[in-house]
Design a binder for this molecule. Structure first.
Ligand code: 13P
Length: 316
């Protein structure tokens, strides 16, 4: 059965919510929580903890982890690394992540916050072709830029190249490159609210999953990890119910069996989307939920540790 023998994972995705100074402050407090107050709990449980700071905070994070002897408990991850080195202004590469000054072990790849702007652009172009109302929010950066472009140009193609496919290919290349350099990719998949309402959750999630893993031999598939993050639950305070999450995790587990060519595997599948100290227990009690990819609740050391404690207690 999915998740038997699972080692819990608590992965913090800090998005763009930290500074180097706040990073140092976090780890100072987290060292007190982890090394001073919860040493035995963390050691005995073997729970894996990871923080993916914004790129400007990676080196401060590594220095703080070393300074407070947190390396025994906490690994670093990079957010949305670019898979090639070159003239790409503003990007963080896997090569940077591998540098000993960072020594990241994980990479968060295919997050909906990276996919969504492109999907919005595609939807806008499609609707414009059909004369349907635009999904663009003029207050949103992407929305306003695309709305102004659409005003200026006449689109004559009936078949726009789906941005989603292009995006899936990039995500696939990033997963492959991460594995090549020895970084564990955490491949993020998840449906939007409208896709869920249309009954397309399984189709969307499994399509993102399979295209993200396309071309990987089974032995490499087994080195990946997956995060199921329903877009409608991210940063909204609205969590998927344990049953809703479990249902999708089981589908992901089964599809992973095909990619890994084995009916039983131990590829971790974590849940992301408003996971908090008070809902983590019910989620991780479900066998196919290995833990969480946590945004807001990973930003404060004491809240993150409470979430970890509650998660570990739930499965002990
Ligand atoms: P929240 O926990 O803030 O909803 O964010 C989840 C997420 O997107 C983690 O990658």
């Amino acid at each position: 059965m999915a998740g038997i023998g699972k080692t819990l994972r608590f992965y913090g995705n800090w998005k763009a919510e930290m500074t180097p100074a706040k990073t140092r402050e976090f780890f100072k407090k987290f060292a007190n929580e982890a090394v001073v107050k919860n040493f035995n709990l963390l050691k005995d449980s073997g729970a894996k903890i990871m923080i993916a700071p914004p790129s400007a905070c990676l080196e401060s994070a590594r220095l703080s982890i070393n300074e407070h002897s947190l390396g025994q408990f906490v690994e670093l991850g990079v957010q949305a690394p670019w898979h090639v080195v070159g003239a790409y202004t503003g990007f963080t590469t896997l090569e940077m992540a591998k540098d000993p000054a960072i020594a990241a072990k994980y990479a968060v790849i295919g997050h909906s916050e990276r996919r969504q702007p492109w999907r919005t652009i595609e939807a806008a172009i499609r609707n414009s072709l059909k004369g349907a109302p635009s999904p663009l929010n003029p207050d949103d950066v992407v929305g306003s830029v695309i709305a102004s472009i659409l005003k200026e140009i006449a689109i004559d193609s009936n078949k726009p190249q789906p941005f989603g496919i292009a995006l899936d290919r990039i995500v696939n290349a990033q997963v492959k490159e991460a594995l090549k350099v020895g970084i564990t990719p955490i491949l993020c998949v998840g449906e939007t609210l409208s896709e869920r309402k249309e009954g397309r959750t399984t189709e969307v999630v499994l399509s993102q999953l399979s295209s993200g893993l396309e071309g990987l031999p089974p032995e490499l598939v087994k080195l990946t990890e997956i995060a199921y993050e329903p877009v409608w639950a991210i940063g909204t305070g609205e969590t998927a119910s344990p049953e809703q999450a479990e249902e999708v995790h089981v589908k992901i587990y089964d599809r992973l069996s095909e990619h890994a060519q084995t009916p039983k595997h131990n590829i971790p599948i974590v849940y992301g989307g408003s996971m908090k100290p008070d809902n983590v227990a019910a989620l991780v009690k479900k066998p196919p939920i290995w833990g969480g990819l946590i945004g807001g609740a990973s930003l404060k050391a004491d809240v993150f540790m409470l979430l970890i404690q509650n998660g570990i207690a739930a499965v002990s």
